[in-house]
Design a protein around this ligand. Structure first.
Ligand SMILES: [Zn+2]
Length: 305
């Protein structure tokens, strides 16, 4: 029963991956980044205000993120990694920060983080390390591959993940959204029917009982609620919270939703209840955390560095 439940969940996540895959390649590649006109740097006295980039770590694992700080900038710099660009957010006077996600299936090896604003740019070599998450080899009955996310759930979730809110709602470390035991960690890689690994578990699961409370792990603004009966047939009853600065979190398979889109929520506030709506055969909470729409390990925000 538990295995069946798990397999069903895998199917959900498989479609989830596919549904959002198109969202990842929007940015122009690093090789040709100056597509749009760049503002003139003439007004800035570079000598008086030296621009510089620092990284908290220059090597992180798959499914983690690079913490990039840029000082001396007059406007939000763009940070590039692995052919994607990320808008850095203002965190102080001429100070900007970006948490640059490393997708869980990024090939381990050497990369470059590049930051650019006006006429300035800086590159720092970085490494992506294999997180050595186990690979699950899944064999699916072809009949079961008919389960599909609706356009409504795909589109609404995708657009919520594109939010780049300048206000940072979440402060400090996250708390867990459930007091139940964890049942499945983030990042376990999957191979379906002997094909190469192409998906992974994009969240952390809690084996919460039906109706047990789900709490906001940090302050934020409800960016989306979706109901199974209104077309969220794969994700089930869903809440997505925008924590600001391109960090968001998602809660799936809920039995009850206590908040609505636009509500401000505070850390520890009850937002809903555990259920098994959508493609899920047993009650559990799936909790995902995303940076710029890319799934990263929720434990990073609870435990910190
Ligand atoms: Zn899950």
């Amino acid at each position: 029963m538990q295995l069946f439940s798990f397999l069903s969940l895998l199917i959900v996540l498989s479609f989830y991956n596919n549904a959002l895959a198109f969202d990842i390649k929007q940015a122009a590649p690093v090789q040709a980044p100056i597509a749009q006109a760049q503002p003139k740097a003439a007004a800035v006295n570079i000598d008086a205000l030296p621009l510089s980039m620092t990284l908290k770590k220059t090597a992180v694992q798959q499914g983690q993120y690079f913490e990039v700080d840029i000082t001396g900038a007059e406007k939000n710099p763009l940070v590039w990694f692995n052919s994607e660009s990320f808008l850095a957010f203002k965190v102080g006077d001429k100070a900007y920060k970006a948490l640059v996600p490393v997708e869980n299936l990024t090939k381990p090896g050497s990369y470059v983080i590049l930051a650019r604003t006006g006429g300035w740019e800086e590159r720092i070599p970085v490494k992506v390390l294999d997180n050595r998450k186990p690979i699950q080899y899944i064999y699916l009955d072809p009949d079961k591959s008919s389960l599909e996310a609706t356009n409504k759930e795909i589109n609404e979730i995708s657009s919520a993940f594109r939010l780049k809110t300048e206000e940072k709602y979440a402060q400090g470390k996250f708390s867990y959204p459930s007091t139940a035991v964890k049942s499945s960690p983030f990042g376990v890689k999957r191979s379906y029917n002997k094909a190469p690994v192409d998906s992974y578990h994009k969240g952390l699961d809690f084996a919460g009982k039906m109706g047990s409370p789900v709490f906001a792990p940090a302050d934020g603004k409800v960016a989306l609620t979706g109901l199974e009966k209104d077309g969220f047939q794969v994700h089930g009853n869903t809440i997505l919270i925008d924590h600001g600065h391109a960090l968001s979190s998602i809660y799936l398979h809920l039995s009850k939703i206590d908040v609505k889109k636009g509500d401000m929520v505070t850390k520890g506030q009850k937002i809903g209840e555990v259920g098994h709506t959508g493609i899920s055969t047993g009650p559990h909470l799936h909790w995902g955390t995303y940076l710029y729409g890319t799934s990263v390990d929720p434990e990073l925000f609870v435990k910190g560095d």
